[in-house]
Design a protein around this ligand. Structure first.
Ligand code: UDP
Length: 160
């Protein structure tokens, strides 16, 4: 039979994507969203926010002891970001593959079709974020969409 009771057989994954401040300029965010949809992801949630310092520090807390931390926080608070929850089978790994390696300047050579090659510039200004595991995806989605306290978000505009 060609009839398939697919519900519940394959659990779809969710992952968190962020279009960082440099990815919000020009028409990059439209290009990135088109790439997301062309790759078979469903955009479940979408919100444009301006991160304040506490929010950026909280989101990247695991990097707080790194030399690049203060620069990273300054970058992430330099303008609005677009937060997206993406869903598909294998969403976490597939979104990481689509964005390419952390260092956007290297990505331009090694992964020329990746999103970071398209709109990123350096190892810091790499225009997009993607959760690196299922566990961090859950934590990061909760960070933005479930924990509504602490004033981490200065302005919020839910587009859905
Ligand atoms: N980053 C940086 N300098 C570095 C490494 C990372 O500024 O040497 C920034 C960069 O924006 C990166 C973010 O910190 O996306 C988080 O770093 P991570 O190693 O988790 O990379 P990712 O998972 O984003 O590829």
């Amino acid at each position: 039979s060609l009839i398939c009771r697919c519900d519940g057989i394959t659990e779809k994954e969710k992952t968190l994507a962020i279009i960082k401040p440099d990815g919000m300029s020009g028409n990059y965010s439209e290009k990135i969203k088109n790439a997301i949809l062309d790759s078979g992801f469903t955009i479940l949630k979408e919100m444009t926010i301006q991160l304040d310092e506490d929010a950026a520090m909280g989101f990247y807390a695991e990097h707080s002891s790194r030399s690049f931390f203060s620069s990273l926080v300054k970058y992430m608070t330099s303008g609005p970001v677009l937060i997206l929850v993406l869903e598909k089978e294998n969403a976490v790994a597939d979104w990481r593959a689509l964005i390419g390696p952390t260092d956007a300047s290297a990505a331009k050579i090694t992964h020329p079709h990746s999103i970071r090659a398209m709109c990123g510039v350096t190892i810091e200004k790499n225009c997009v974020h993607g959760s690196d595991s299922l566990q961090s995806a859950r934590q990061e989605i909760a960070f933005f969409f479930e924990e509504k306290s602490s004033g981490r978000v200065v302005t919020e505009h839910d587009e859905l």
